[in-house]
Write a protein that binds this ligand. Structure first.
Ligand code: GLU
Length: 287
């Protein structure tokens, strides 16, 4: 099977140096394997995605000298390449997960979860995770009783949160192409996670798995901050009966004080650095 890689920016802000370097590594890996690189526009969240950032993302990536052979601007065999146009595919996966008893409806509000996370019995959670994609471990309030039969999926997921029930205590293991062997414990390092939000937006975890599978991605290259999400996604691959890709997580770019670059750290956006006269090679840290 020939190599297929992807870059998957979210148009929720300007791309920064960290994105540039991760995408560059993704492009280099695809090139060195004589593979195909895909651009996917992850405009999943209508409230946070903006057309001007989609435009800016193309401009910045072109300026950096990046090329892709499938994407929203040029089409390809696995179109559409914008997540906002792929909802029907995510819905199909959601339906399968409900029908097979892997996900359940959840009425907990964000506030409920914050309160639960502060409760004394939750304070034993490990805090030594090296990743930043953590969210409070779901306390299980809406989990179905053990042995309860799967429910019939309603017509639409809207109005409820839908959570994937993780196999508590199971070690999820994978070998990362950069960081080597990884081992995360379900229910300890991460808990039941959202696959669909009550405001009727599919969650990142579900959309990315559906897309990487259907677009036949053979290796996912992305930031180190998503290592825990890889464990979640491996559970989705298993539940959906799909073969997962290989994984390659890139070390995060930090500023001189060791702080992670947030997407809205405008001083370090690609366009700001360009306007200040930096070359693509300088932004990419190649010279
Ligand atoms: N759109 C996601 C982001 O920008 C991509 C995550 C991934 O590569 O899986 O963080």
């Amino acid at each position: 099977m020939s190599y297929r890689g992807r870059i998957a920016p979210s148009p929720t802000g300007y791309l920064h140096v960290g994105h540039a370097r991760t995408f560059w590594i993704a492009a280099q890996r695809a090139q060195s394997k004589h593979g195909t690189l895909i651009l996917r526009n992850e405009d999943l969240d209508p409230d946070r995605s903006r057309p001007e950032y989609v435009h800016a993302m193309f401009e910045d990536l072109h300026w950096l000298g990046m090329h892709w052979s499938e994407g929203p601007d040029i089409g390809g065999p696995y179109a559409p390449y914008s997540q906002s146009q792929r909802r029907h595919l995510y819905l199909e996966a959601w339906r399968t997960l409900v029908a097979t008893g892997h996900v359940y409806p959840c009425t907990c509000s964000r506030k409920d979860l914050q309160q639960a996370a502060q409760a004394p019995h939750e304070s034993t959670q490990p805090t030594d995770s090296q990743t930043t994609d953590e969210e409070p471990i779901y306390p299980g309030t809406c989990r179905p009783n053990p042995g309860a039969p799967p429910i019939t999926p309603p017509e639409s997921p809207a109005g409820l949160n839908w959570r994937f029930q993780v196999p508590d205590g199971e070690a999820i293991e994978f070998t990362d192409g950069h960081f080597g062997p990884q081992r995360l414990i379900a229910g300890r390092d991460f808990g039941d996670f959202l696959v669909w939000r009550r405001d009727n937006v599919p969650a990142y975890q579900l959309a990315v798995v559906v897309d990487d599978h259907l677009m036949r991605i053979t290796e996912v290259v992305r930031g180190q901050d998503l290592l825990v999400s890889t464990a979640r996604q491996l559970l989705l691959y298993r539940a959906l009966g799909w073969t997962p890709p290989d994984w390659y997580h890139c070390p995060l770019v930090t500023d001189s004080e060791g702080r992670r670059l947030a997407k809205r750290h405008d001083a370090l956006s690609i366009r700001t650095l360009r306007q200040q006269g930096q070359t693509p090679a300088q932004v990419l840290g190649l010279e």
